[in-house]
Design a protein. Sequence first.
Length: 173
Amino acid sequence: MKLKLLSVVSVALLASACATGYDESAIGDGASDGLGSASGAGATDGRVSDFGTDLGAAQSALDSEVGSKVYFGYDSTQLSAEARSTLEKQAEWLKTHGSLKIVIEGHADERGTREYNLALGERRATAAQNYLTALGVDASRVRIVSYGKERPEALGSNEESWSKNRRAATVIE
């Protein structure tokens, strides 16, 4: 009887653990829900913006009007002049569209350990976040998440691919 009860409890615990959908590759500033839901494109939570509830349209507008990605040098969190220019345009765009919230996703190339790259991605996202808030974007509208090397933009083990993966991407949520 004890063995049967223990088996039932074990199965229930295993099922509940599998049902959470937790994505351990997503770390951030504590504001992340840890569910890997930072993509935001097309997602709605009832918020209405100047894009209605079509956050996918808002993301497309951000991408095409000002750019949503900034790139970093190898093992660096330093914002280049080009990255600062893009973030300045993002800040102005976000001020114009004041009801939108964003996630800044930090990414790294494939070199280095998973843990190191998650931390590096977080530092890159934080650098972008700090610059945007210094430019007047309300900090309550911005959260960060790091994906490290888990979500590459470009596949390949060469400088061309690595340079595209060392980034911070601004995503409407």
